[in-house]
Design a binder for this molecule. Structure first.
Ligand code: NG1
Ligand code: ZN
Length: 530
């Protein structure tokens, strides 16, 4: 390590003394003004991680659905997955070392991980459309070069696009080409192949209204349109030309408020969807003829996708284990439907994509979605191989082969590295087209239990500790008993609390047979949290 280079460069990105930040559920995330030194240091850390893994590492500058004033950063590991927990710990150590202790903190990591500093390093960098992202991503690049790493700056990309690039690069192109164009080509070709199986699809059915949250997703949908060869007609709203990022629009707003975004023209019965600020989440919705709003969240998406996959597996006659991974926020009706009617395995993981991703890897096919619309599907190598063999089998009967080919195209339209609004949108659109299904029919698969999410400000949210995939509180004493007593007052009720990993709040979730009961229960539980 050239200590002089690191010292000199880090002096240009000084840490505000005393500032303490933590690498949380989604990396570092706070007001953009506090992040310059964090970005520089994440450039350093990504370079070390690259030397250690002898692979390309990604750094994404984004604060997803947070307001425009915030920003954030997360690291992407070689296969496009979230960085491992030990390195999250290093990220926190490095971020919080005072200016004069930075070299020592770096040396500690190098020693602990026995990193060969003469090993070459490669880092891919991407950023969202926030006004602070340009200078912050420049700070990341400075960090990479201070340790002699090479970088490739992808500029404006969605979070899942950057994950995809990292995976393509480290699999020598086996997953696809590590370019934005390669990404569009792979996904759109698979989408067009899939929709060839949709008979009698009218122009009306090919229409979709997209709320781009005034963010990067809008830009990328525009860029992708020509590759879709008119097989999907997108009306794009909140494209960033007028409105503010995530402000009264986007997937998080729509999901939490259970209301349509502003800035969007919605005709009754029409299919609409919203992305979040970095395009890794998607939710669908429509308004009915009475003007009532209907939300199809991540649980409905998981149900649609897993039903489709299960049917194809049956048609193909391939025996593969399929599971759906959810979190405690999954609507109780979705869990019941999946377990009792669909008869698929359902697992509950802790909030945060890395937990769901990890749980989904244990199955031949793991469909994972958070209720907020973040999710994807993972296929094991063995599952992909079985499907490929059948698709190429010259003596298999036509129906089985057709199903195998559909499964192959489905695999190709999916971004398996992480939840991806664009890829999920193409898959959902293809499934609806193939099944000749309207959004109303999709919505009617099961009826959501009324629910409510609240945020509670407390002096120390870490005082709450949970177990059983966050469904039960183990501390402070008496809290879980209080929740149990409240829940018993209502029918079909469930409630839990947990400290947020991205905001300084405790989140309260409640569901019950009526909206009034869900609201009342959430309110009563939030009082028990104080
Ligand atoms: P926290 O703040 O830990 O609840 C939120 C979301 C997560 C995940 C992360 C990262 C909810 C209830 N929580 O986490 O699902 O998406 O942000 O963005 O939606
Ligand atoms: Zn996001």
């Amino acid at each position: 390590m050239n200590c002089d280079d690191v010292s000199k460069q880090s002096g240009l990105h000084p840490k505000p003394p005393g500032l303490v930040l933590q690498y949380g559920t989604a990396g570092f995330r706070t007001n953009a003004k506090l992040l310059d030194h964090i970005m520089f240091r994440m450039g350093l850390l990504a370079t070390l991680r690259s030397k250690k893994t002898k692979a390309t590492i990604g750094v994404m500058v984004t604060a997803s659905h947070n307001p425009e004033e915030d920003n954030g950063v997360k690291l992407v590991d070689p296969m496009g997955e979230m960085v491992t927990p030990t390195w999250e710990g290093y990220a926190t150590q490095l971020a919080n070392a005072e200016q004069e202790d930075l070299l020592a903190a770096l040396k500690d990591i190098i020693e602990e991980e026995a990193i060969n500093m003469s090993q070459e390093a490669d880092v891919f960098v991407g950023k969202d459309t926030r006004s602070s992202s340009a200078s912050l991503s420049k700070a990341v690049l400075d960090g990479v070069s201070a340790l002699g790493g090479r970088n490739k700056d992808y500029g404006l990309v969605t979070t899942p696009q950057l994950h995809y690039m990292v995976c393509c690069q480290n699999t020598q192109g086996k997953y696809g080409e590590a370019t934005v164009e390669g990404y569009y080509k792979k996904l759109c070709q698979a989408f067009i192949q899939l929709t060839k199986n949709a008979s009698n699809c009218t122009d009306d059915q090919k229409h979709l209204s997209v709320d781009g949250a005034n963010g990067i997703g809008a830009l990328k949908v525009r860029e992708m349109e020509s590759y879709l060869k008119k097989e999907l007609h997108i009306s794009l709203f909140n494209d960033g030309s007028a409105g503010k990022l995530n402000h009264q629009c986007g997937a998080d707003f729509v999901k939490v408020q259970q209301n349509p975004p502003t800035g969007m023209k919605i005709n009754s019965g029409e299919r609409c969807c919203s992305f979040d600020g970095d395009a890794d989440r998607i939710v669908y919705y429509y308004t009915d003829s009475e003007g009532q709003f209907h939300l199809l969240d991540g649980d409905k998406v998981a149900t649609l996708i897993s039903t489709f996959l299960k049917e194809l597996l049956t048609q193909a006659g391939i025996d593969l284990e399929i599971a759906v991974v959810q979190t405690a926020y999954a609507n109780g009706s979705s869990t019941n439907y999946l377990e009792d009617t669909m008869k698929v395995i359902v697992r509950c993981a802790k909030t945060g994509v890395k937990h769901l991703h990890h749980a989904a890897q244990e199955f031949d096919i793991g469909v994972y979605f958070e209720a907020n619309g973040h999710g994807t599907v993972l296929f094991s190598k063995a599952a992909e191989e079985k499907i490929r063999q059948l698709a190429e089998d010259s003596i298999a009967d036509d129906e089985r082969k057709r199903a195998a080919l559909l499964l192959q195209d489905t695999i190709n339209v999916i971004n398996q590295t992480v939840g991806d609004a664009i890829s999920d949108m193409l898959l959902i659109e293809a499934i609806l087209a193939i099944r000749g299904m309207t959004i109303q029919q999709w919505d009617a698969i099961y009826k959501d239990l009324p629910n409510r999410q609240l945020k509670v400000k407390v002096s120390d949210r870490r005082a709450i500790d949970t177990t059983d995939a966050e469904r039960r509180a183990v501390s402070p004493t008496g809290l879980q008993e209080a929740i149990d007593t409240l829940v018993k007052k209502y029918s079909q009720a469930r409630s839990f609390v947990r400290p947020s990993g991205t905001e300084d709040v405790v989140r309260v979730y409640a569901e019950a047979d009526t909206q009034e009961s869900a609201d009342a229960l959430a309110h009563e539980v939030s009082l028990a949290v104080y």
